[in-house]
Ligand binder design. Structure first.
Ligand code: AMP
Length: 262
């Protein structure tokens, strides 16, 4: 990458902007050098205009120079878990969360939150205290949106071929986000599945268990998607929300990379 790095972000909605009650259709972001901004904008526009959640009537694209130093991380290690039903997938997700140190009552609280209609259609993640299961971010329906992260396309392709993973933008974005989130020492685990009705695969990720892909976490046609981050304590909340939202992170994989490179 050149000297200066830019963050390009897109969000799209239907029925007006998100803040005026529009339905979230698509969001995305790219870190690029100056020469690649045009391509990044094109890629994001295409993503929003072809999303299976519907055709947007509102889109916002913005870019800005990233002023902070970039941290480089190696992608989390991947495990693919094939399950036959949503029930089996969800049971595995809960088992993996427990393995990360999330107590069962906190997992139950997370699922109660997910079931509440007001939490459906969030653009960002909910942060839950790992011991109490209480929600600790005060971002309401918007949640906390992890931002300023990316993974060079050619390096991702090499990694995906080696790992026998789909070479899709979706996989790239999910692993980039999960790696950034897991690398924060206060974040114990992440649970995610997509809000795209055509995409039923989800994951549990953490520094301890890596990225555990689960082939089925919801039924086809379901537009409900979630991200939940379990955090150790709520005292440093501002510091890790700042990390998630603002501090730039790039993934970089090397052939014999099993661990983080910084
Ligand atoms: P997606 O993986 O894009 O289908 O998103 C699944 C869910 O994760 C969405 O419904 C949001 O609640 C949440 N989400 C999507 N993008 C982000 C992000 N950048 N940061 C935090 N949460 C996100």
């Amino acid at each position: 990458m050149g000297n200066k790095i830019f963050n390009i972000r897109m969000r799209a909605a239907k029925g007006g902007p998100h803040e005026k009650g529009g339905k979230h259709i698509s969001g995305g972001e790219i870190l690029a050098n100056y020469e690649d901004i045009q391509k990044a904008v094109n890629d994001l526009v295409e993503k929003a205009l072809t999303h299976s959640r519907g055709n947007p009537d509102f889109m916002q694209i913005q870019f800005e120079e990233v002023q902070m130093p970039v941290q480089f991380l190696a992608p989390l290690s991947i495990t693919a878990n094939h399950v036959l039903s949503v029930r089996e997938g969800q049971q595995l997700a809960m088992q993996l969360l427990r393995k990360c140190g999330v107590p069962s009552p906190s997992i139950e609280k997370a699922y109660e939150l997910i079931a509440q209609p007001k939490n459906v259609g969030m653009r960002g993640a909910m942060l839950l205290h790992v011991q109490s299961g209480e929600r600790v971010d005060n971002r309401g329906e918007k949640g906390v949106r992890v931002s300023r992260m990316d993974w060079d396309a050619a390096n991702f392709e090499k990694w995906a071929i080696r790992q026998e993973m789909p070479r899709s933008a979706r996989v790239k974005e999910a692993i980039t986000l999960a790696t950034k989130v897991a690398s924060h020492p206060e974040i114990v685990a992440e649970l995610c599945w997509s809000d795209d009705p055509d995409y039923i695969t989800g994951y549990v990720a953490s520094e301890k268990i890596g990225y555990q892909r689960i082939s089925k976490l919801k039924e086809f046609g379901d537009e409900r998607g979630f991200r939940i981050f379990f955090v150790k304590d709520a005292l440093n909340l501002d510091s890790y929300i700042h990390y998630l939202e603002k501090e730039p992170t790039l993934l970089y994989w090397e052939e014999d990379d099993e661990k983080r490179i910084n």
